[in-house]
Design a protein around this ligand. Structure first.
Ligand code: PBG
Length: 341
């Protein structure tokens, strides 16, 4: 008699009656029973903008990603639209001379992000535009909010975030995405947008945003790494050890009027995506952040991982966790890979 490795478990037979491998034998049957799929509709493409004309600046810590001037960005966005990518997320690199203690450039209707929104809406009207709301691209200290006596103050920051949201909506932004993690900002922004006549503009809240070291390359890309220096964002971004707290954050943001919520970073936090989707059933997005992108690129460049396969597998993991979509720097490359499948 063959020794049954499961003999301590009741009702298990040897030889087995139930054989999960039956459903893995051929591509057609695997396709037939596959539970999750990534499509181009799941991909949101974060892009970096800079001042100037016909300028592209590579970001050393994010190989393959460039900051683009508006004219070149428009060409890139056309390509994304043609591939079927539904939306882009804009991130400006603000010239150092425009960064101030209180980040007033954030609500200048002629700032880089507002000019970019108008240019894209004119040239590529059929792609969605998502804009970050937070002060870190504009502050000389690199914090997401106003600093008073060494403290990032909440309520005064929220007033500025409301002004930033309204100028972005006026420029034509479709979705406002507060990434600052101040308390009460979603409700205040919703009210400010409605009062200004933008009740149709949606809010995608960075509801569960963690104080993560995986944002390092992004801070190089928008040029805030030097401003922030050795400081951190732990008094407002979440502690990586918490996940029940993420549910409280999401509950608050939904109550305040968020249409969609996001978890950030992505891959190391898919447990949080799963808990949120399970509990709230609202549109939930994961952000495969800069450090996750760079990590996969570095391993692929060394020949340690198969680049194309890990891109698609990593995006599929978000869907399996319950995400409705993924913000990813791989969006264009992934869209091409999906098209070729
Ligand atoms: C700014 C912001 C950050 C990211 C998106 N919006 C950085 C931060 O909070 O320091 C990170 C994105 C990435 O790493 O790809 N509030």
């Amino acid at each position: 008699m063959i020794n049954n490795p499961n003999e301590s478990v009741p009702h298990i037979h040897w030889p087995p009656i139930i054989r999960p491998r039956r459903l893995r034998t051929t591509p057609w049957i695997r396709n037939m029973v596959s539970e999750h799929r990534v499509t181009v509709n799941d991909l949101i493409w974060p892009v970096f903008i800079q001042e100037g004309n016909n300028l592209r600046t590579p970001i050393a810590s994010m190989p393959g990603v460039e900051r683009l001037s508006i004219d070149l960005l428009i060409l890139a966005v056309k390509e994304a639209r043609d591939l079927g990518i539904p939306a882009i997320a804009l991130f400006p690199a603000t010239p150092t001379n425009l960064k101030t203690q209180d980040g007033e450039e954030a609500f200048n209707p002629e700032n880089l992000v507002c000019r970019t929104i108008r240019a894209i809406k004119a040239a590529v009207p059929d792609i969605g535009i998502i804009c970050d709301v937070a002060l870190d691209p504009y502050t000389s200290h690199g914090q997401d909010g106003l600093v008073r006596n060494g403290i990032v103050v909440n309520d005064e920051t929220v007033e500025v975030l409301c002004k930033q949201s309204v100028v972005q909506a006026q420029a034509g932004c479709d979705v406002i995405a507060p990434s600052d993690m101040m308390d009460g900002r979603v409700g205040a922004i919703r009210k400010a947008l409605d009062n200004a006549g933008f009740s149709h503009v949606a809010i995608l809240s960075y509801a569960a945003k963690y104080a993560s070291a995986f944002y390092g390359p992004f801070r190089d890309a928008v040029g805030s790494a030097n401003n922030l220096g050795k400081s951190d964002k732990k008094t407002y971004q979440m502690d990586p050890s918490n996940s029940s707290e993420a549910l409280r954050e999401v509950a608050l943001d939904i109550a305040e009027g968020a249409d969609m919520v996001m978890v950030k970073p992505g891959m190391p936090y898919l447990d949080v995506v799963a808990r949120i989707k399970d509990a709230f059933k609202v549109p939930t997005f994961g952000y495969q952040v800069s450090g996750e992108y760079s990590m996969l690129c570095a391993a692929a460049a060394n020949g340690w991982l198969d680049r194309e396969k890990v891109i698609l597998e990593s995006l599929l993991s978000f869907k399996r966790a319950g995400a409705d979509g993924v913000l990813t720097y791989f969006a264009v490359e992934a869209a091409k890979l999906l098209k070729a499948q």
